[in-house]
Write a protein that binds this ligand. Structure first.
Ligand SMILES: O=C([O-])CC(=O)C(=O)O
Ligand SMILES: [Mg+2]
Length: 551
């Protein structure tokens, strides 16, 4: 919003509410509009947390916090920063899933841009109508594969809004320079199509040719208006996610969070896990349940890491197993995309197992000494007691990551994994879970292996370093720096990923590693380490009130 238009009290980026001083109230024409007392930001934060706690449900807390964001952004971020571990599940996974499901019902105020198919000839006009002039980061979704809860149509907007609030909270991106976008190309969700309150374009999703042309027009409009922006693709359905990434990754500053962000955080968590297990990744057999964009993205990075650790591409491939709803990916299947086909096993590999049809997860675990079991399937409870006990019978420290979101979609609950393996399992989940209880010591937090460890830091890095592309090397640098920060490297009983209280400091370290790699890859202007460190520090926006009401 322009700084000199609108009323200081109503502009969420400028207002201080009851914290405007008496001098500011005179100068800005606010005299008489506020009760007498002048509060500090800290008092406002404490008052707001009281309000958050008083709400009856987490959805109510989400609604309260979103309304606060729309009213006073600096206060909103100060509130989140005051208690990151409590705030995160309220503004992000898992509560944001409910916020998306009930988006039309809980609608309050507009935020970001809705680019709808019926307006396809006016995308540039809509983009020019945005409230923020300069933009560092766009998060865009078409709402088709929201977390693990499927097609939410226009309700998917909850995700770009939530992700961008973490870009600011964790990555320090100025909230005035973030832009959430929803591409409304219809929905195939019958509940939404029948919902009288549904706020999106009430129509089935358009066909693929029209869809890809629309995405092309959108990207062209962004390139015209905001040529330097980071464009993050989020929660696209698998058949679109990979092709879109491949189409644009060499043409603009862009990445897909579900494919690349999820892969980087998983690789970071595997670093600590394999260290504690005492078996490097190159010596592990790795099984992924789920062959969607996220599952395949993780396996691509796992395979690359095995090659970096000294295996040939074929040797690495031989250690990777991917299972989807039908069963193991094998070369004789005709339903695989190119990205999935790269992980298809030779049917001869499993011919001796004596399994009718495609082997399932239980068959793979029964015939292979699996050390790492990953899930991005949205199949609740798919890591059964039998499967986990079989695995734990073969390896000393089974590494088990049920990564599907939100919480109810997880392939297993950490407490069950812990019980079935006698406390030997090394666990990370995608959504938050309660800590594991220990009789002989303090409770152990469960690492939340969520791309939130990665994307805010990537945004900070490319903004600070003025990068023009996101290379694979940069995502791997992010994974490496996150892995280096694993508390498990120094304490085998510690969680595999840093505590939320440390996540902003860790983001600085990740951002520096990514920025360095951007320079090395020739996609950012040459800069010394010292310059990059200073740029990261300079870029970081903090939720504080300036000396007056103007900034
Ligand atoms: O949003 C999250 O919590 C992680 C993510 O990208 C997804 O599940 O699609
Ligand atoms: Mg996502």
């Amino acid at each position: 919003m322009d700084e000199d238009t609108g009323h200081a009290l109503d502009d969420p980026l400028r207002t201080k509410g009851t914290s405007f001083t008496h001098e500011e109230r005179r100068r800005l024409g606010l005299l008489g509009l506020l009760p007498h007392a002048v509060t500090t930001l800290d008092e406002q934060v404490r008052r707001s947390w009281g309000e958050v706690r008083r709400q009856a449900t987490d959805l109510d807390r989400y609604i309260y916090l979103r309304a606060l964001q729309d009213r006073n952004e600096r206060l909103f971020y100060a509130v989140l920063a005051a208690d990151v571990p409590t705030a995160l599940p309220l503004v992000y996974t898992p509560t944001v899933a409910e916020g998306c499901r009930r988006f039309s019902e809980i609608w309050r105020r507009p935020r970001g841009l809705y680019l709808s198919w019926p307006d396809r000839d006016h995308l540039a006009e809509a983009l020019r109508n945005r409230r923020q002039r300069e933009v560092d980061v766009i998060v865009v979704t078409d709402g088709q594969r929201i977390l693990g809860i499927g097609d939410q149509g226009v309700g998917g907007m909850g995700i770009p809004v939530g992700k961008l609030s973490l870009y600011t909270l964790i990555g320090g991106i100025d909230p005035a320079r973030t832009l959430p976008i929803l591409l409304d190309v219809g929905t195939d969700n019958p509940t939404l199509l029948d919902d009288p309150f549904y706020l999106g374009w009430r129509h089935h999703r358009i066909d693929d040719d029209a869809y890809l042309a629309f995405v092309d027009a959108f990207v062209a409009a962004v390139q015209d208006e905001l040529p330097d922006v980071l464009l993050q693709w989020e929660d696209f359905a698998t058949p679109h996610a990979h092709p879109i990434l491949e189409r644009y990754r060499d043409r603009l500053l862009t990445f897909n969070d579900d494919i690349q962000g999820t892969a980087a955080v998983a690789l970071g968590a595997l670093r600590g896990a394999t260290e504690v297990a005492g078996v490097p990744l190159r010596d592990q057999q790795v099984v992924m349940l789920g062959a969607g964009s996220a599952g395949i993205g993780v396996m691509e990075m796992v395979r690359q890491e095995m090659v970096d650790q000294g295996l040939s591409p074929d040797e690495a491939r031989a250690r990777c197993w991917v299972v989807d709803v039908r069963g193991l990916l094998t070369g004789d299947r005709d339903d695989l995309s190119d990205a999935q086909r790269a992980f298809a096993r030779d049917p001869a590999d499993v011919a001796g197992w004596g399994v009718e049809g495609l082997p399932g997860l239980a068959d793979v675990v029964a015939h292979v000494t699996v050390g790492v079991l990953l899930g991005l399937s949205t199949a609740q409870g798919a890591f059964t007691e039998d499967i986990v006990r079989t695995m734990a019978g073969r390896v000393d420290r089974p590494i088990v990551f049920p990564l599907s979101n939100p919480t109810e979609n997880a392939e297993a609950r950490p407490a069950d994994l812990d019980a079935w393996t006698g406390g030997r399992a090394l666990i990370a989940t995608g959504s938050p879970f309660p800590p594991l209880h220990r009789e002989d010591g303090p409770d152990i937090p469960v690492a939340q292996c969520n791309n939130v460890y990665i994307f805010p830091a990537v945004g900070l890095a490319v903004t600070a370093a003025r990068a023009t592309r996101v290379t694979d090397g940069m995502m791997r640098a992010a994974a490496g720096a996150l892995g280096d920060a694993s508390p498990a490297l120094s304490d085998p009983r510690a969680p595999l990923l840093p505590r939320w209280a440390d996540v902003r400091d860790v983001a600085d370290d990740i951002a520096l590693a990514v920025a360095r790699r951007a320079v090395a890859d020739g996609v950012a202007p040459a800069a010394s380490d010292e310059d990059l460190r200073a740029a990261v520090r300079r870029t970081r926006w903090e939720p504080t009130y300036g000396a007056d009401g103007s900034a």
